[in-house]
Design a protein around this ligand. Sequence first.
Ligand code: 6PG
Length: 259
Amino acid sequence: MRDRIHICEGAEALASHAATWLVDLMVHHFETSDAPFSLALSGGSTPKRLYQRLGELPAGRVDWSRVVLLWGDERNVPADHADSNFRMVQENLLDHIDIPASNVWAVPNPGGPADEAAAKYQDWLLERLPRADNSMPQIDCVLLGMGDDVHTASLFPGSRALAEQSRAVVENRVEKLDTWRVTLTAPAINAARHVAFLIAGAGKQPALDSLWHGALDPEKYPSQLIRPQAGQLWFLLDRAAIGSLETPAPATVEVIAPS
Ligand code: 6PG
């Protein structure tokens, strides 16, 4: 399936477009399925404005009772810690939408033993989500960011999780940050129906260049592991992130007009 690339003028336009894109995805799902729409959220700073835009939608624009939210990765800190991805989503989205608590699937016991949290989270997802052909839990949409070092989720260069092929969620030691993370694995992400990188800022251009045009070296460029098995891969970018980079072939490229 051809990658779909959307290019927006700036970070604000990107957040606005990404919110529209995601709402359209959810509404289409609601029209075609009785199952809840499962959405794996990315951490970091880039998606904050997207989450705020989702929280600003008119009441009823999204029936959040038909959406389950999960996390693509989590830092090994308590849920009220400044570095917590759960807290970031809570402040920018959860506090602003009417979603049942039972639809918010946070990584359990963050800050506790990462291996136990990963195992519990994996069991939780396997019990509640359908299975994809690779027997991974099938998520409807996984939102991803990308670090300057071409990591995504908590799949960092040279880390053990990059090689994981059978587990959906693992603990991952990130030496350069001297910390543990809990993360979806590449097979779990690649089982999703839609995987969308949300990338903004000129600072990400070299990483995007490495992802698209660097040597095929997932140990060095982990985002290269992200190739949905049967799902659609999206790149929701601002102009600064793509700059004058050539898009990978084959890809469908759309320049999104300012709304
Ligand atoms: C995290 C994210 C991580 C993030 C990238 C980009 O927990 O930090 O899941 O993968 O998406 O590091 O982060 P920024 O959006 O802050 O550049």
